[in-house]
Design a binder for this molecule. Sequence first.
Ligand code: ADP
Length: 707
Amino acid sequence: MSSTSSPTLYDIGLMANAPDPELDRLTRLAATIFGAPVALVSIVEPDKDRQYFASALGLPEPWATRRQTPMSHSFCQHVRARKEPLVIGDARAHPLVQANGAVTDLGVVAYLGAPICCPNDEVVGSFCVIDEEPRDWSDAQVASLVDLAAAVTGRIQLLGSLWTKDRAIAEANRFERLLGQAFAAIPGRMLMFDADGRLAVPNRVGRYVPVEEFTPLIREGATLSDLVHSLAATGVVLDAQADPEGWAEAQLEKYRSGEGTTYRHADGRVFEVLQSKTSDGGTVFLTHDVTELHDAAAAAEEARAVAETANQAKSEFLARMSHELRTPLNAIIGFGQMLEMDRQQTLTGDQKEYAEHIIKSGQHLLSLVAEVLDLAGIEAGRLKLSIEPVSAKAAISDVLKIMAPVAAKAGVSLRFDDSQPDLQAGADVQRLRQVLLNLVSNAIKYSRADGMVAIELTRRDDAVRVAVADDGIGIEAGQQKHLFTPFSRLGQENSAIEGVGIGLALSKSLVEAMEGEIGFESEAGTGSTFWIDLPAAREAEAALDAAEAEAIGAAAGGYSLLYVEDNPSNVRLMEHLVATLDDVRMYAAPSGSIGLDLARAHRPDIIVLDLNLPGMNGTEVLRQLKAHPSSWNTPVIALTAAAMPNDVKRGLAAGFYRYITKPLDVNAFLAAVSDALAARQAGGVQAAGGVDTASYRPLESERRDIR
Ligand code: ADP
């Protein structure tokens, strides 16, 4: 019997030689009603060449014991084949059955049979009454037999339904047993709540679930709140001991919001509770022991903290040592230089050479100390960068100027195409120079006589790439992975080439701190190319382009503010203030003349000027700003400690847009900035003092610049 079809007559036990009392009742009833000596429930099985009697009354032996006859003796086969009643008054004269074995062997003369069906409604045989005498079956008798046959079919189908139901129950039981075993195998405890928040099937599922602390609490209908409060009250939960009610409420709140939680037992074990919704609106909670995981994570965190502290301590130690070393080193080099000068001409040639060695070694040591200090500073997170748009060409030119004598001494030629367009990178100009110096110096050091070092500046998507290529000794493939490890010199330790193996490690840290990347390609005996990629400063380029096009306006996408101030802490304060404004970028200039340069290059939307500047004072800076076409109508705010009423009056008369005194009133200052930006956007700026700034007169010295 396949699992999807209806049960067969064998499945329901009808063919098992066991009498079915219900069918036997019906055959008895039929024999009585029809006054017939024989009544049968006959199942016709042509493939087995038999008709089997599920119930038989009045059959002679041996048929009664056999409960079957061959097909040669079957009238019922015709009922099955025709699917309709068969009415025979006298078989001996009936062409369909007069040759049937039953007529001669069983003495069948009259026959009345009606179809019966198996559970899937297929006609499988006949319910019949038989007489040894001819009969004249009436229509009413035929109809009655059809009714009785239907009752037989009903009985068969009922047995089929019972069988199907029993099987479904057996299957459900089997599945429940499996589910129970699966639950038991889960390394945790599982509780199910129905849509009303009540514990569901605790007797069936709960008994498979090891829930030590819950076991006494589990009863059908218990709510989650009951359970959590009861659990808190047992005292097994460490976290709940101080305030069981409070802990229970907090826990329930987490469950309500769908959050997973963890809690710790008094015995030290940690449990995680996971929950998930079921399709009928209920919730399944899975609680499992995560002590090991939790302890491992805590141990890892502790180890990380210890390592961090050790690293900090190391960095601080290095930093302190480097500072301590610097002072005596300066003395050593200084006195060495005085010796070398030999004002009194008292030194012998040897002694002069010794002095040279002292100076050279001192300088070497000093640069090592500086690099160690840098590296330690970066590791300790003390590196301060001032990232701004930097001209890559200018940085390269600076480095080439410094390295030219070194290259010449080594017989190495330096190449850079100075005619190409400039690219702006977002970088700290000093640190960029330091990295480039290191790469170019390495390229020269590890070059060969008559070698060449070429520097290339290219744009790569969002990055500006500077590549330093040499045709020097190159680096063995096996050594390359140690290239950026501090103090590894890859076999150069014993060579005549000076170094300590820290330059590349430091360069990598610096480039990465500037959000760039460093890399290389190298082949032993052929040469190396080291490159750095730094983020391209798009805004800066756009601003410069705009300046070149004589357009007066903000840097792309926002406003810019130039702050001319020599005191670094004031500049830092301003950086913080400006950071609170949307879309305003800041340039800082430490002196009036740099301020004027920046104003011309970047065309800021607003300028904030300290009046007490080294060299050119603020009033003079304002005068020159007013006299230049790029800045004559830029609002300039004075920010100064000169706070006497007369100072203010004079300042406004000189053409300052606002005159703000120190200590800075942040709100007043931000209001002035936003007024100035608004006025700027509206197209004109009027000095607060009523001074007309709209008529600009160039200074004599500036006339040449005006195109
Ligand atoms: P240093 O030059 O002081 O030894 P670096 O950190 O700058 O330290 O370089 C580490 C090592 O990488 C060098 O000792 C050298 O072996 C190798 N190296 C660096 N640059 C080059 C280069 N351009 N060509 C060949 N080897 C190089």
